[in-house]
Design a binder for this molecule. Sequence first.
Ligand code: SF4
Length: 394
Amino acid sequence: MLYNSFMHERAQNITPEKPIRRITRGVKVGNLTIGGDAPIVVQSMTATRTQDVAATVDQINALEAAGAGIVRIAVDSPKDAQALAQIRARTSSNLSVDLQENWRLAPLVAPYVDKIRYNPGHLYHHESNKSVRDKVAFIADAAHRNNCAIRIGVNCGSVDPELANRFGDDTISPMVLSAMEHCQILDDIGFESYVVSLKDSDPQKVVEANTRFAKLRPDVPLHLGVTEAGLPFLGITKTRMALIPLLAMGIGETLRVSLTVPNNKKTREISVGNQIIRDVFEGTLTQDVFEKPQGLNLVSCPSCSRVENAEFVELAEKVAETSMFAKEYKISIAVMGCRVNGPGETYRADLGLWCGPTHVRLMRKDKLLGTFTYEEIIPRYQEALNQLIAKQKI
Ligand code: SF4
């Protein structure tokens, strides 16, 4: 089905008189509930260094004051976990922790948070002799002992490799199947306090993945989001294109808007999230929901404590400016802030910039074009972009 008619069909129910909410199971996260008949929870994530306790607490407080129901923090080491204990002592916000491949830290972080996010595609890096089922049981045990919820956070850039290979070009089925498998593992263990997310940087895929999952498991609350949506203008448009049709179908119990913004503008994620909810339930929609942007697609991660160089956001802005002349071309560009999610997303793009502490890797799909300093990278990027465009003209 054509994208526009797909979205129009999905949007039929968006009227002020007819806001639709499905009823899933309710999952307690600190002093609020995700799902059940609770209001939709808007959340965000800190982008400060987790070990900079003062800065992280300030950002948590700013996000909460702006309306964040839950704030997520990345933890990658025992030292981060120690910082988390200090952060917990200084804020009463509902906290979630993002573990990515560091699932072994679950018992260290669970006492200080209300929710643990793990990524099924990142359970393969450590202790490959241990089964995924055992690793999930390990996380669930820590969560259960500390009254934490869990989010099964499936991400397009890091899908379970075995499933990704099985489905080839179909990137949605492995995401849905991975989420289903992990729900089953938690169900078998008897752990019920979980939510699921299925995120992609393509809004259409977010709609399709979440719609499919919601049909298969209508009882499980969904955390909605477009991953690496990018800088505000395009990032907000893409997020609206995915979240508005889903919310209009009644799907989505919590959401996060991921924007590439500097730390002092992080609260924008909350105001945009609340605006999306208002637009659906008050019927104040604009045409952008129905129009898939054509031509150049720039994705960039929203940054988090894992960002390896604070210049990342500025670099993403420079890449956007440099690329303006090419906006009519069907080219995808990814600018990513770290080694955790950087490779997956940059490999999928026509051109990728994967930002390290002092250097940026310039990739054309999975081919390394070169490694450059932050001062050198823009002209090199422009050269690579010109070459791509020249090929498209032929
Ligand atoms: S790519 Fe890295 S820095 Fe960017 S949001 Fe993801 S984990 Fe954080």
